[in-house]
Design a protein around this ligand. Structure first.
Ligand SMILES: [Zn+2]
Ligand SMILES: [Zn+2]
Length: 331
């Protein structure tokens, strides 16, 4: 079968490999859609730790086509993969903080993922998606990650929420905050993404910090940083009201430093929080997608075959592009 493998940092390509066989407790999944994520680009550039060679993609959906010993999930079941396999035994797992597991194994990072015709995953990491279109089910993982960040930020009706960054996470955060009853503003320099945010429930969309200050003169109750850029992380406290909260969901390259002023955060008692991956949120995310509480069709910029995936990951995202999906069924 074909698989898009990271062979070394800076070297990704489509290669022919043996189809995997499901071991005990595993299912073999035919991949129907896999999203290209900023993390895949970080992995390609060596900015996020992993151990190549490995088939990338941690955001995928498909159908169970075979199962190993001890699996009750039926062949033919449509699923979305929750890629994080916590050990269940370390100190963090025993405290219920499974996303902080010291020995977490992420499918598509530490073991082979979904940029392939088929992939094996533990059956307990497969979340049933029923009649949800697989191109939409591929958003279950990024939505689950965004849901965790919004859970941490706890927006309530009537609050003012500023989302910084108009990528997939930002545009999902806009919808989750709006669903929570907040008045949402999106800050992004891309005009097309501002338009998209307005059509998805943002009240305002602005291009710069100065414009954000115009619409939020006292700052936002909650700022969700979804850009993963040093400038926007530094900007977040300046756009947060006294007594407000910041949640950073954006992934900055490992080693990147930012300047913040602890005195300002102290004196204005601003809570600065970070959100990492998707603890126990994948089922809720899948349900929200099935109920159409979150719209993802407008976030799909293009759907490409496996043969084009390596180049799409190696090159930076095109301006205005939101989510590129890989559909291994396309020739
Ligand atoms: Zn991702
Ligand atoms: Zn653990």
């Amino acid at each position: 079968m074909r698989a898009v493998r990271l062979l070394a940092v800076g070297d990704i390509r489509a290669v022919e490999v043996d189809a995997p066989l499901p071991g005990p407790g595993e299912v073999l999944v035919r991949v129907l859609a896999a999203g290209i994520c900023g993390t895949d680009r970080h992995l390609y550039k060596g900015e996020f730790p992993c151990a190549p060679p490995v088939t990338l993609s941690h955001e995928f959906a498909g159908v169970v086509i075979a199962r190993g010993e001890g699996v009750s999930l039926a062949v033919g079941t449509r699923i979305a993969c929750d890629p994080n396999i916590a050990c269940g035994q370390c100190d963090q797992c025993l405290r219920g903080r499974v996303n902080l597991c010291a020995r977490n194994i992420a499918i598509g990072i530490h073991r082979d993922g979904g940029f392939a015709e088929c992939v094996t995953i533990p059956a307990h990491r497969a979340v049933e998606t029923g009649g949800l279109h697989p191109h939409h089910a591929a958003f279950a993982e990024p939505l689950a990650c965004t849901l965790h960040g919004v859970d941490l930020g706890q927006p309530i009706p009537g609050e003012r929420v500023l989302v910084i960054g108009g990528g997939v996470i930002g545009l999902l955060a806009v919808q989750l905050a709006r669903n929570a009853g907040a008045e949402v503003t999106l800050l992004t320099r891309h005009p097309a993404k501002r338009e998209l945010a307005l059509s998805l429930g943002a009240m305002q969309a602005v291009a710069t910090e100065a414009e954000a200050r115009d619409v939020l003169p006292n700052g936002a109750d909650l700022v969700l940083e979804c850009a993963g850029v040093a400038d926007t992380v530094e900007m977040a406290p300046r756009l947060t009201r006294t007594g407000g909260r910041i949640v950073v969901l954006g992934v900055l390259p490992k080693g990147q430093k930012v300047q913040i002023e602890p005195f300002d955060l102290l004196f204005r008692e601003i809570h600065l929080l970070h959100s990492f991956i998707n603890p126990f949120t994948q089922s809720r995310a899948t349900r929200m997608l099935s109920l159409k509480q979150i719209e993802v069709a407008p976030l799909i910029s293009r759907v490409i075959p496996l043969a084009e995936a390596a180049r799409a990951i190696a090159e930076p995202a095109a301006p205005g592009e939101v989510k590129v999906l890989v559909d291994p069924g396309l020739a």
